[in-house]
Ligand binder design. Sequence first.
Ligand SMILES: Nc1ncnc2c1ncn2[C@@H]1O[C@H](COP(=O)(O)OP(=O)(O)OP(=O)(O)O)[C@@H](O)[C@H]1O
Ligand SMILES: [Mg+2]
Length: 287
Amino acid sequence: MGPAGSGGSMSDTLGRADSGPVAAPQQATPEHEADHVVEVRRLSLWYGEVQALTDVSMGFPRNKVTALIGPSGCGKSSLLRTINRMNELIPGVRTEGEVLLNDVDVYGKNVDSVEVRRRVGMVFQKPNPFPRSIRENILYGAKINGYRGDYDELIERSLKQAAIWDEVKSNLKRSGLALSGGQQQRLCIARAVAISPEVLLMDEPASALDPISTVKIEDLMRELVTNYTIIVVTHNLQQAARVSDYTGFMLSDEETKGQLVEFGATNDIFTAPKDKRTEDYITGRFG
Ligand SMILES: Nc1ncnc2c1ncn2[C@@H]1O[C@H](COP(=O)(O)OP(=O)(O)OP(=O)(O)O)[C@@H](O)[C@H]1O
Ligand SMILES: [Mg+2]
């Protein structure tokens, strides 16, 4: 997916690096997947004095769904928010380590956080359309990014990608807030894809939705992953098993806050976990 006609100067600094093979870093990574859009290296994070992530290293394969699972408070949302630099909007946050987007550190000196957030879109647990028309919800980011293409085409394409076009096409002037929760969430996904990100971060995107809307969002993730790389946080283990190609299990304990316990192909994590703690979690013994 190329940028949607925005062509910002940061595209070069954050573009796909063609610098040839790099030495494999020490990290938990699905071994047969070499092409990582996002790679987190030895990442630790503190909110003031409180540590929330400890030495997390993992690579997120291109055009795959990676699920992050683990008990409440283990650092899933914190990890997600480091990838598009949203954590830095919280006062007192400090990070150590690297987050690479196409091999470029998003915390690097010359990297603009706005450009990072354009390349890495986010969908939240609670649908949060702007209190504006469906049309304006889609166009908002495109306008900010100087989109020069056909607005009507962008609107239709984005709403179709988010599988909501047929439900809203008769009246795009309707307020985004007038839609049902499940429709609002798909509108938010449409808004996110309208700026042609490379990565979509989804933090429990279906947990506030009814079962039918949940299935729609899950189906949508499988469709979107042909064009995007998806990282999804979920408390629903069946959902992680259904939608993801890879799964990372995180845990906080007394000694180590926000650690990545195990990371691998979803099928392996759910059928043959290597770590006893992963097994206990997926079999419902704790968390
Ligand atoms: N803005 C914040 N300020 C201070 N501490 C925070 C903040 N956000 C998160 N934390 C702390 O960081 C730790 C990890 O929180 P995080 O929200 O990343 O967990 P989570 O795995 O997403 O949990 P949940 O499944 O409940 O959403 C927790 O101890 C939490 O209290
Ligand atoms: Mg969370």
